[in-house]
Design a protein. Structure first.
Length: 427
Protein backbone atom coordinates (compact mmCIF):
# COMPACT_ATOMS: atom_id res chain seq x y z
CA UNK A 1 0.00 0.00 0.00
CA UNK A 2 2.89 2.36 0.82
CA UNK A 3 4.25 1.92 -2.72
CA UNK A 4 1.17 3.60 -4.25
CA UNK A 5 1.46 7.20 -5.31
CA UNK A 6 -0.04 9.58 -2.67
CA UNK A 7 -2.46 11.03 -5.23
CA UNK A 8 -3.73 7.51 -5.95
CA UNK A 9 -4.09 6.83 -2.23
CA UNK A 10 -6.11 10.01 -1.77
CA UNK A 11 -8.34 9.12 -4.72
CA UNK A 12 -8.88 5.62 -3.34
CA UNK A 13 -9.70 7.10 0.08
CA UNK A 14 -12.35 9.39 -1.45
CA UNK A 15 -13.92 6.41 -3.28
CA UNK A 16 -14.06 4.44 -0.04
CA UNK A 17 -15.74 7.37 1.74
CA UNK A 18 -18.35 7.44 -1.02
CA UNK A 19 -18.86 3.67 -0.62
CA UNK A 20 -19.30 4.14 3.14
CA UNK A 21 -21.86 6.84 2.42
CA UNK A 22 -23.65 4.48 0.03
CA UNK A 23 -23.95 1.68 2.59
CA UNK A 24 -25.02 4.00 5.43
CA UNK A 25 -27.69 5.78 3.38
CA UNK A 26 -28.92 2.47 1.91
CA UNK A 27 -29.49 1.02 5.37
CA UNK A 28 -31.34 4.07 6.69
CA UNK A 29 -33.32 4.59 3.48
CA UNK A 30 -34.57 1.01 3.22
CA UNK A 31 -35.46 0.73 6.90
CA UNK A 32 -37.22 4.14 6.87
CA UNK A 33 -39.55 3.29 4.00
CA UNK A 34 -43.27 3.46 4.70
CA UNK A 35 -44.18 -0.23 4.45
CA UNK A 36 -47.75 0.41 3.34
CA UNK A 37 -46.76 2.87 0.62
CA UNK A 38 -43.99 0.48 -0.43
CA UNK A 39 -46.47 -2.39 -0.68
CA UNK A 40 -48.89 -0.25 -2.70
CA UNK A 41 -46.18 0.87 -5.14
CA UNK A 42 -44.88 -2.67 -5.48
CA UNK A 43 -48.38 -3.89 -6.35
CA UNK A 44 -48.54 -1.20 -9.03
CA UNK A 45 -45.33 -2.58 -10.58
CA UNK A 46 -42.82 0.12 -9.52
CA UNK A 47 -39.42 -1.51 -10.16
CA UNK A 48 -37.57 0.22 -7.34
CA UNK A 49 -40.36 -0.62 -4.88
CA UNK A 50 -40.35 -4.26 -6.03
CA UNK A 51 -36.58 -4.56 -5.49
CA UNK A 52 -36.74 -2.83 -2.11
CA UNK A 53 -39.67 -5.01 -1.05
CA UNK A 54 -37.76 -8.20 -1.93
CA UNK A 55 -34.69 -7.01 -0.02
CA UNK A 56 -36.78 -6.24 3.07
CA UNK A 57 -38.35 -9.69 3.03
CA UNK A 58 -35.10 -10.96 4.60
CA UNK A 59 -33.82 -8.11 6.80
CA UNK A 60 -31.09 -10.34 8.27
CA UNK A 61 -29.53 -10.90 4.84
CA UNK A 62 -29.96 -7.25 3.89
CA UNK A 63 -28.26 -6.00 7.05
CA UNK A 64 -25.56 -8.66 6.70
CA UNK A 65 -24.72 -7.47 3.19
CA UNK A 66 -24.70 -3.79 4.18
CA UNK A 67 -22.59 -4.33 7.31
CA UNK A 68 -20.06 -6.56 5.54
CA UNK A 69 -19.62 -3.96 2.81
CA UNK A 70 -19.57 -0.99 5.20
CA UNK A 71 -17.07 -2.52 7.59
CA UNK A 72 -14.81 -3.61 4.74
CA UNK A 73 -14.61 -0.13 3.17
CA UNK A 74 -14.20 1.56 6.58
CA UNK A 75 -11.34 -0.71 7.63
CA UNK A 76 -9.67 -0.38 4.22
CA UNK A 77 -10.06 3.41 4.40
CA UNK A 78 -8.48 3.37 7.86
CA UNK A 79 -5.48 1.41 6.59
CA UNK A 80 -4.93 3.71 3.60
CA UNK A 81 -5.33 6.85 5.73
CA UNK A 82 -2.77 5.53 8.25
CA UNK A 83 -0.21 4.71 5.56
CA UNK A 84 -0.70 8.08 3.87
CA UNK A 85 -0.42 10.00 7.16
CA UNK A 86 2.72 8.12 8.20
CA UNK A 87 4.35 9.01 4.87
CA UNK A 88 3.70 12.68 5.58
CA UNK A 89 4.02 13.02 9.39
CA UNK A 90 5.81 9.84 10.43
CA UNK A 91 4.74 8.14 13.67
CA UNK A 92 2.50 11.08 14.57
CA UNK A 93 0.50 10.29 11.45
CA UNK A 94 -1.20 7.37 13.22
CA UNK A 95 -2.99 9.72 15.65
CA UNK A 96 -3.66 12.28 12.92
CA UNK A 97 -5.12 9.61 10.61
CA UNK A 98 -7.31 8.23 13.39
CA UNK A 99 -8.78 11.59 14.34
CA UNK A 100 -9.08 12.88 10.76
CA UNK A 101 -10.64 9.74 9.35
CA UNK A 102 -13.09 9.47 12.27
CA UNK A 103 -14.32 13.00 11.60
CA UNK A 104 -14.50 12.38 7.84
CA UNK A 105 -16.42 9.12 8.26
CA UNK A 106 -18.86 10.68 10.73
CA UNK A 107 -19.62 13.64 8.46
CA UNK A 108 -19.44 12.11 4.98
CA UNK A 109 -20.04 8.44 5.71
CA UNK A 110 -22.64 8.50 8.48
CA UNK A 111 -24.44 11.67 9.58
CA UNK A 112 -24.97 13.41 6.23
CA UNK A 113 -26.04 10.37 4.16
CA UNK A 114 -28.23 8.94 6.93
CA UNK A 115 -29.96 12.28 7.51
CA UNK A 116 -30.70 12.60 3.80
CA UNK A 117 -31.96 9.00 3.63
CA UNK A 118 -34.21 9.52 6.67
CA UNK A 119 -35.69 12.67 5.09
CA UNK A 120 -36.16 11.19 1.59
CA UNK A 121 -36.11 7.39 1.97
CA UNK A 122 -37.65 6.63 -1.43
CA UNK A 123 -35.16 8.89 -3.22
CA UNK A 124 -32.30 6.87 -1.72
CA UNK A 125 -33.69 3.35 -1.29
CA UNK A 126 -35.17 2.74 -4.74
CA UNK A 127 -32.08 3.49 -6.91
CA UNK A 128 -29.66 2.00 -4.34
CA UNK A 129 -31.64 -1.24 -4.17
CA UNK A 130 -30.21 -2.35 -7.54
CA UNK A 131 -26.49 -2.32 -6.58
CA UNK A 132 -27.41 -3.75 -3.17
CA UNK A 133 -29.21 -6.63 -4.84
CA UNK A 134 -26.17 -7.36 -7.02
CA UNK A 135 -23.85 -7.08 -4.02
CA UNK A 136 -26.08 -9.40 -2.00
CA UNK A 137 -25.73 -12.03 -4.73
CA UNK A 138 -21.91 -11.68 -4.76
CA UNK A 139 -21.57 -11.80 -0.97
CA UNK A 140 -24.28 -14.44 -0.50
CA UNK A 141 -22.00 -17.29 0.79
CA UNK A 142 -20.25 -15.02 3.33
CA UNK A 143 -23.51 -13.44 4.46
CA UNK A 144 -25.14 -16.85 4.94
CA UNK A 145 -22.28 -18.02 7.18
CA UNK A 146 -22.30 -14.82 9.23
CA UNK A 147 -26.11 -14.90 9.59
CA UNK A 148 -25.96 -18.55 10.68
CA UNK A 149 -23.52 -17.66 13.44
CA UNK A 150 -25.47 -14.54 14.45
CA UNK A 151 -28.84 -16.35 14.51
CA UNK A 152 -27.29 -19.14 16.54
CA UNK A 153 -26.16 -16.64 19.18
CA UNK A 154 -29.65 -15.09 19.27
CA UNK A 155 -31.26 -18.52 19.72
CA UNK A 156 -28.89 -19.18 22.62
CA UNK A 157 -30.19 -15.99 24.21
CA UNK A 158 -33.78 -17.19 23.81
CA UNK A 159 -34.87 -15.22 20.72
CA UNK A 160 -36.88 -16.86 17.94
CA UNK A 161 -35.12 -15.74 14.75
CA UNK A 162 -37.79 -17.34 12.53
CA UNK A 163 -40.44 -14.92 13.84
CA UNK A 164 -40.95 -11.86 11.66
CA UNK A 165 -42.58 -8.66 12.90
CA UNK A 166 -46.17 -8.14 11.78
CA UNK A 167 -47.23 -5.08 9.78
CA UNK A 168 -50.89 -5.38 10.77
CA UNK A 169 -52.48 -2.46 12.62
CA UNK A 170 -54.99 -2.44 15.43
CA UNK A 171 -58.07 -0.22 15.20
CA UNK A 172 -56.49 2.41 17.47
CA UNK A 173 -53.26 2.39 15.43
CA UNK A 174 -55.27 2.74 12.24
CA UNK A 175 -57.10 5.73 13.77
CA UNK A 176 -53.72 7.34 14.44
CA UNK A 177 -52.63 6.72 10.84
CA UNK A 178 -55.82 8.37 9.55
CA UNK A 179 -55.48 11.37 11.89
CA UNK A 180 -51.82 11.88 10.93
CA UNK A 181 -52.43 11.59 7.20
CA UNK A 182 -52.29 15.39 7.04
CA UNK A 183 -52.85 17.05 3.68
CA UNK A 184 -52.75 13.69 1.95
CA UNK A 185 -56.36 13.06 2.91
CA UNK A 186 -59.13 15.71 3.01
CA UNK A 187 -60.68 16.33 6.42
CA UNK A 188 -64.13 15.07 5.40
CA UNK A 189 -62.64 11.78 4.23
CA UNK A 190 -60.65 11.46 7.43
CA UNK A 191 -63.88 11.90 9.39
CA UNK A 192 -65.61 9.27 7.23
CA UNK A 193 -62.83 6.73 7.82
CA UNK A 194 -62.85 7.46 11.55
CA UNK A 195 -66.63 7.11 11.50
CA UNK A 196 -66.33 3.63 9.99
CA UNK A 197 -63.80 2.62 12.66
CA UNK A 198 -66.05 4.00 15.40
CA UNK A 199 -68.97 1.80 14.31
CA UNK A 200 -67.50 -0.98 16.43
CA UNK A 201 -67.82 1.12 19.58
CA UNK A 202 -71.38 2.39 19.00
CA UNK A 203 -74.53 0.29 19.42
CA UNK A 204 -78.00 0.74 17.96
CA UNK A 205 -79.43 2.07 21.23
CA UNK A 206 -76.91 4.94 21.01
CA UNK A 207 -78.45 6.30 17.81
CA UNK A 208 -82.01 4.91 17.78
CA UNK A 209 -85.10 7.10 17.74
CA UNK A 210 -86.71 6.47 21.16
CA UNK A 211 -90.21 5.03 21.21
CA UNK A 212 -91.81 8.25 22.47
CA UNK A 213 -90.53 10.03 19.34
CA UNK A 214 -91.42 7.32 16.83
CA UNK A 215 -93.99 8.39 14.24
CA UNK A 216 -96.22 5.39 13.60
CA UNK A 217 -99.74 4.40 12.58
CA UNK A 218 -102.09 3.30 15.36
CA UNK A 219 -104.76 1.03 13.86
CA UNK A 220 -107.11 1.96 16.70
CA UNK A 221 -107.32 5.51 15.32
CA UNK A 222 -110.12 6.55 13.02
CA UNK A 223 -109.43 5.84 9.34
CA UNK A 224 -109.71 9.53 8.49
CA UNK A 225 -107.05 10.38 11.07
CA UNK A 226 -104.82 7.62 9.66
CA UNK A 227 -105.25 8.94 6.10
CA UNK A 228 -104.44 12.49 7.23
CA UNK A 229 -101.32 11.26 9.00
CA UNK A 230 -100.18 9.28 5.97
CA UNK A 231 -100.66 12.25 3.62
CA UNK A 232 -98.68 14.62 5.83
CA UNK A 233 -95.86 12.35 7.02
CA UNK A 234 -92.31 13.20 5.86
CA UNK A 235 -91.23 9.57 6.29
CA UNK A 236 -91.19 6.85 3.65
CA UNK A 237 -91.51 3.97 6.12
CA UNK A 238 -93.79 3.86 9.15
CA UNK A 239 -94.36 1.22 11.82
CA UNK A 240 -97.97 0.08 12.12
CA UNK A 241 -99.21 -1.01 15.55
CA UNK A 242 -102.33 -1.57 17.60
CA UNK A 243 -102.84 0.62 20.72
CA UNK A 244 -99.17 0.45 21.71
CA UNK A 245 -95.94 0.21 19.74
CA UNK A 246 -95.16 -3.01 21.62
CA UNK A 247 -97.99 -4.55 19.59
CA UNK A 248 -96.39 -3.72 16.26
CA UNK A 249 -97.98 -5.36 13.23
CA UNK A 250 -95.49 -4.42 10.56
CA UNK A 251 -93.78 -1.63 8.65
CA UNK A 252 -95.46 0.02 5.69
CA UNK A 253 -93.64 1.69 2.79
CA UNK A 254 -95.45 4.73 1.40
CA UNK A 255 -94.73 3.55 -2.12
CA UNK A 256 -96.87 0.43 -1.58
CA UNK A 257 -99.96 2.43 -0.59
CA UNK A 258 -99.48 5.55 -2.72
CA UNK A 259 -102.04 4.53 -5.37
CA UNK A 260 -104.69 3.56 -2.83
CA UNK A 261 -104.00 6.72 -0.83
CA UNK A 262 -104.35 8.98 -3.86
CA UNK A 263 -107.72 7.42 -4.78
CA UNK A 264 -109.09 7.40 -1.22
CA UNK A 265 -109.37 3.61 -1.43
CA UNK A 266 -107.08 2.79 1.50
CA UNK A 267 -108.64 0.81 4.35
CA UNK A 268 -107.17 -0.57 7.53
CA UNK A 269 -107.22 -4.04 5.98
CA UNK A 270 -105.39 -2.73 2.90
CA UNK A 271 -102.87 -0.97 5.11
CA UNK A 272 -102.16 -4.19 6.99
CA UNK A 273 -101.86 -6.13 3.73
CA UNK A 274 -99.24 -3.65 2.48
CA UNK A 275 -97.17 -3.99 5.64
CA UNK A 276 -93.94 -5.93 5.71
CA UNK A 277 -93.13 -8.13 8.68
CA UNK A 278 -91.26 -6.10 11.34
CA UNK A 279 -87.54 -6.68 11.71
CA UNK A 280 -86.40 -6.74 15.36
CA UNK A 281 -82.84 -6.20 16.58
CA UNK A 282 -81.31 -6.29 20.11
CA UNK A 283 -80.43 -2.96 21.70
CA UNK A 284 -76.72 -3.77 22.13
CA UNK A 285 -76.01 -4.68 18.51
CA UNK A 286 -72.85 -2.85 17.28
CA UNK A 287 -73.49 -0.55 14.34
CA UNK A 288 -70.91 -2.38 12.22
CA UNK A 289 -72.88 -5.61 12.69
CA UNK A 290 -76.23 -3.92 12.11
CA UNK A 291 -75.00 -2.35 8.88
CA UNK A 292 -74.11 -5.81 7.57
CA UNK A 293 -77.43 -7.20 8.82
CA UNK A 294 -79.37 -4.47 7.01
CA UNK A 295 -77.59 -5.48 3.83
CA UNK A 296 -78.25 -9.20 4.35
CA UNK A 297 -81.90 -8.71 5.28
CA UNK A 298 -82.47 -6.13 2.52
CA UNK A 299 -83.95 -3.80 5.14
CA UNK A 300 -83.67 -0.08 5.89
CA UNK A 301 -85.51 0.11 9.23
CA UNK A 302 -85.40 -2.09 12.34
CA UNK A 303 -87.33 -2.20 15.61
CA UNK A 304 -84.99 -2.06 18.62
CA UNK A 305 -86.04 -4.25 21.56
CA UNK A 306 -84.59 -4.90 25.02
CA UNK A 307 -83.90 -8.25 26.67
CA UNK A 308 -87.59 -8.60 27.58
CA UNK A 309 -88.81 -8.00 24.05
CA UNK A 310 -90.21 -4.52 24.77
CA UNK A 311 -89.80 -1.98 21.98
CA UNK A 312 -87.26 0.74 22.79
CA UNK A 313 -87.32 2.59 19.49
CA UNK A 314 -86.34 2.26 15.85
CA UNK A 315 -83.06 2.52 13.96
CA UNK A 316 -82.70 3.14 10.24
CA UNK A 317 -80.00 2.65 7.67
CA UNK A 318 -79.81 6.43 7.32
CA UNK A 319 -79.00 6.77 11.03
CA UNK A 320 -75.99 4.48 10.62
CA UNK A 321 -74.80 6.19 7.44
CA UNK A 322 -74.95 9.55 9.24
CA UNK A 323 -72.49 8.15 11.78
CA UNK A 324 -70.05 7.70 8.88
CA UNK A 325 -70.63 10.68 6.60
CA UNK A 326 -72.24 13.13 9.02
CA UNK A 327 -75.68 14.67 9.09
CA UNK A 328 -77.55 14.70 5.76
CA UNK A 329 -79.50 17.83 6.74
CA UNK A 330 -78.12 21.24 5.83
CA UNK A 331 -78.80 23.22 8.99
CA UNK A 332 -75.99 24.18 11.32
CA UNK A 333 -75.54 21.94 14.35
CA UNK A 334 -76.14 24.84 16.71
CA UNK A 335 -79.57 25.34 15.12
CA UNK A 336 -80.65 21.91 16.31
CA UNK A 337 -84.19 21.98 17.70
CA UNK A 338 -82.80 20.54 20.94
CA UNK A 339 -80.07 23.20 21.46
CA UNK A 340 -80.82 26.91 21.87
CA UNK A 341 -77.89 29.35 22.34
CA UNK A 342 -78.54 32.23 24.78
CA UNK A 343 -77.24 35.79 24.80
CA UNK A 344 -75.17 35.20 27.95
CA UNK A 345 -73.23 32.35 26.33
CA UNK A 346 -75.18 29.50 27.89
CA UNK A 347 -77.33 26.97 26.06
CA UNK A 348 -80.82 25.75 26.78
CA UNK A 349 -80.98 22.08 25.86
CA UNK A 350 -83.92 19.69 25.74
CA UNK A 351 -83.61 17.02 28.40
CA UNK A 352 -84.40 14.31 25.85
CA UNK A 353 -81.43 15.30 23.66
CA UNK A 354 -78.89 12.57 23.08
CA UNK A 355 -75.50 13.13 24.70
CA UNK A 356 -73.70 12.03 21.54
CA UNK A 357 -75.61 14.62 19.51
CA UNK A 358 -74.78 17.33 22.06
CA UNK A 359 -71.09 16.40 22.03
CA UNK A 360 -71.02 16.37 18.26
CA UNK A 361 -72.83 19.69 17.89
CA UNK A 362 -70.92 21.60 20.57
CA UNK A 363 -67.57 19.79 20.61
CA UNK A 364 -68.18 18.83 24.24
CA UNK A 365 -67.06 15.68 26.06
CA UNK A 366 -70.04 14.69 28.18
CA UNK A 367 -69.73 11.02 29.26
CA UNK A 368 -71.58 8.65 26.91
CA UNK A 369 -70.66 5.30 28.44
CA UNK A 370 -73.72 5.32 30.72
CA UNK A 371 -77.03 7.13 30.13
CA UNK A 372 -77.80 8.12 26.55
CA UNK A 373 -79.76 11.34 27.13
CA UNK A 374 -79.14 14.53 29.06
CA UNK A 375 -82.08 13.68 31.34
CA UNK A 376 -80.52 10.30 32.14
CA UNK A 377 -77.11 11.85 32.82
CA UNK A 378 -78.54 14.35 35.31
CA UNK A 379 -80.77 11.84 37.15
CA UNK A 380 -77.86 9.41 37.42
CA UNK A 381 -75.57 12.14 38.79
CA UNK A 382 -78.15 13.26 41.38
CA UNK A 383 -79.55 9.75 42.01
CA UNK A 384 -83.06 11.21 42.05
CA UNK A 385 -85.57 13.09 39.92
CA UNK A 386 -84.43 16.71 40.44
CA UNK A 387 -86.55 19.80 40.95
CA UNK A 388 -86.29 22.93 38.87
CA UNK A 389 -83.45 25.23 39.88
CA UNK A 390 -81.07 22.45 40.90
CA UNK A 391 -77.57 22.80 39.45
CA UNK A 392 -75.08 19.95 38.99
CA UNK A 393 -71.56 19.78 37.63
CA UNK A 394 -70.60 16.89 35.35
CA UNK A 395 -66.96 16.91 34.33
CA UNK A 396 -66.14 20.34 32.97
CA UNK A 397 -69.77 21.34 32.43
CA UNK A 398 -72.44 22.86 34.64
CA UNK A 399 -76.07 21.83 34.16
CA UNK A 400 -78.96 23.79 35.68
CA UNK A 401 -82.44 22.22 35.56
CA UNK A 402 -84.89 24.78 34.20
CA UNK A 403 -87.96 22.56 33.94
CA UNK A 404 -88.73 19.13 35.36
CA UNK A 405 -92.07 17.34 35.26
CA UNK A 406 -93.59 13.94 34.54
CA UNK A 407 -90.64 12.29 36.32
CA UNK A 408 -88.06 13.63 33.91
CA UNK A 409 -85.93 16.68 33.16
CA UNK A 410 -87.46 18.62 30.28
CA UNK A 411 -85.02 21.51 29.78
CA UNK A 412 -81.54 22.34 31.00
CA UNK A 413 -79.39 25.45 31.01
CA UNK A 414 -75.81 24.32 30.31
CA UNK A 415 -72.36 25.83 29.85
CA UNK A 416 -68.75 24.80 29.99
CA UNK A 417 -67.09 25.96 33.21
CA UNK A 418 -64.38 27.78 31.23
CA UNK A 419 -67.17 29.72 29.49
CA UNK A 420 -69.20 30.59 32.60
CA UNK A 421 -71.88 33.24 31.99
CA UNK A 422 -71.42 36.83 33.09
CA UNK A 423 -73.93 36.57 35.97
CA UNK A 424 -72.67 33.85 38.29
CA UNK A 425 -75.31 31.56 39.66
CA UNK A 426 -75.29 31.77 43.51
CA UNK A 427 -76.21 28.13 43.68
Amino acid sequence: MEHLHPALQIGLLIILLLCSSFFSSSETGLLSLNRYRLRHQAQEGHRGALRASRLLERPDRLLGTILVGNNFVNILASAIATVLAMQVWGEAGILIATVGLTIALLIFGEITPKTLAAMRPELVAYPFSLPLKLLQTVLYPLVIVLNWISNGLLRMLGFDTSHQGQDSLSSEELRSVVRESGGGLPLNRQNMLLGILDLEKVTVDDIMIPRNEVAGIDLDDDIDAILAQLRSTPHTRLPVFTKDINQIQGVVHMRHIARLLSHDELTKEGLLAACREPYFVPENTPLSTQLVNFQKQKRRIAIVVDEYGDVLGIVTLEDILEEIVGEFSNYDALRSPDIHPQDDGTLVIDGAAYLRDINRALGWELPVDGPKTLNGLITEALEQIPDSGVCVQVGGYRLEILQASDNRVKSVRAWAIAAQPETDDPR
